[in-house]
Design a protein around this ligand. Structure first.
Ligand SMILES: NC(=O)c1ccc[n+]([C@@H]2O[C@H](COP(=O)([O-])OP(=O)(O)OC[C@H]3O[C@@H](n4cnc5c(N)ncnc54)[C@H](O)[C@@H]3O)[C@@H](O)[C@H]2O)c1
Ligand SMILES: O=c1ccn([C@@H]2O[C@H](COP(=O)(O)OP(=O)(O)O[C@H]3O[C@H](CO)[C@H](O)[C@H](O)[C@H]3O)[C@@H](O)[C@H]2O)c(=O)[nH]1
Length: 331
């Protein structure tokens, strides 16, 4: 693999990008990070990278970084990620996610980048069939966040068809957990996802968890999701990078474990790990809530040389809890 070249990571000060920066550094890569710190955190380990504070929209800056460091491969994590906010402020999502990606891809083409890895989402599927969803299934997002990502996927596919570069698109399912050595995790003051909120409720920093719906079309009536540990997500990026650099064709891949857990299963497992009950109450289901979102991972397993290391709900919850406890102690 081209360890002689630097890798550019956009959004490398964020939750998933930061964990991937650590994975790359652990494997001896030279890493450049471009991040505007809008939601990112100035982690200590960024001192071991070439850090550039700025937006992916800034083509002059991007071209400068590409040339200075001889970059051939880019991992693009930067973006805005809140589904609710995308509904109330859609233009922010089209500007930051779609336009930002378009500008970045254009600068990468001009700079001779060969491989471009993009963070997409299972939200591109919208309503999912009553079985693990595959890359060949219909995509029809239910919110502007999902559309902003699907447009970027399309843009990349069209550009790749001209022969300008190759892409790797990962559609992440529900990313959770923290670095097992507690070097990194999610810094959000107010978590937006289930596991973060459940831990906040457990630690007393928030009201009881509201379980969204109890009569969904799932075995126990609560939503089922495919939770994947953030370190496995990071390692999968290193594997996808190797695949592309070693001559692999452009791919669009689900990134999950292919196994789902319900909200009640998550709450029960967390209560057992913590040794006390997560305070929770039932509330209304969210509008348009998909009952069950689980990845079909046949393509992922077939293409990548990647073995998940933390693929149990227990490890995901243990590391998330340890991380949020450490953060709470510092605040
Ligand atoms: N967290 C999830 O479960 C999840 C699921 C599916 C997809 N994703 C995608 O993964 C990527 C990373 O998500 P995350 O959870 O780490 O979010 P995050 O908010 O922690 O990280 C995003 C990073 O991008 C930076 N950023 C935002 N806009 C930028 C811009 N225009 N220019 C430069 N930097 C910018 C932020 O400062 C931050 O450091 C996002 O693209 C997101 O859509 C996340
Ligand atoms: O306070 C909460 C939060 C969530 N849930 C439930 O927990 C499950 C997971 O919900 P999240 O909000 O944590 O995650 P989503 O699956 O709704 O969506 C997430 O995963 C998607 C990919 O599938 C996208 O990436 C999206 O950006 C990201 O928010 C769902 O059944 C939801 O109904 C609750 O019961 N209470």
């Amino acid at each position: 693999m081209g360890k002689g070249n630097s890798i550019l990571v956009t959004g490398g000060a964020g939750y998933i990008g930061g964990q991937t920066v650590l994975a790359l550094l652990d494997q001896g890569f030279e890493v450049c990070v471009l991040d505007d710190l809008s939601t990112g955190h100035r982690n200590d380990f960024l001192a071991r990278t070439h850090f550039y504070e700025g937006r992916v929209h800034d083509q002059a800056l991007v071209k400068n970084v590409l040339v200075r460091h001889g970059i051939r491969s880019v991992l693009h994590f930067a973006g805005s990620i809140k589904v609710d906010e995308s509904v109330s402020n859609p233009l922010k999502y089209y500007e930051n996610n779609t336009e930002g990606s378009r500008a970045l891809i254009e600068a990468c083409m001009a700079g001779g980048v060969e491989n471009f890895i993009f963070s997409s989402t299972a939200a591109v599927y919208g309503t999912t069939p009553g079985r693990p969803v595959s890359e060949k299934d219909t995509t029809f997002p239910l919110n502007p966040y999902g559309w902003s990502k699907l447009f970027t996927e399309r843009l990349l596919e069209d550009v790749a068809a001209t022969g300008a570069l190759k892409y790797g698109i990962f559609r992440y399912f529900n990313v959770a957990g923290a670095d097992p050595d507690m070097r990194h995790g999610q810094y959000q003051e107010k978590p937006v996802h289930l596991i973060g909120r459940a831990i906040d409720a457990l630690l007393g920093g928030a009201p009881p968890l509201t379980v969204f719906g109890k009569a969904l079309a799932t075995p126990d009536g609560t939503g089922v999701r495919d939770y994947i540990h953030v370190t496995d997500v990071a390692d999968a990026h290193v594997a996808l990078l190797a695949y592309l650099e070693e001559g692999g064709e452009s791919r669009r891949l689900n990134l999950g474990y292919g196994k789902g857990y319900s909200v009640l299963e998550v709450v029960t497992a967390l209560s057992e790990i913590a040794g006390r009950d997560v305070p929770c109450e039932f509330g209304a289901a969210r509008a348009g809530e998909a009952p069950c979102v689980v990845a079909n991972v046949a393509a992922l397993r077939g293409v990548l040389n990647w073995q998940p290391k933390h693929d149990t709900l227990g490890q995901i919850l243990r590391h998330s809890l340890d991380w949020q406890e450490a953060l709470a102690a510092k605040r």
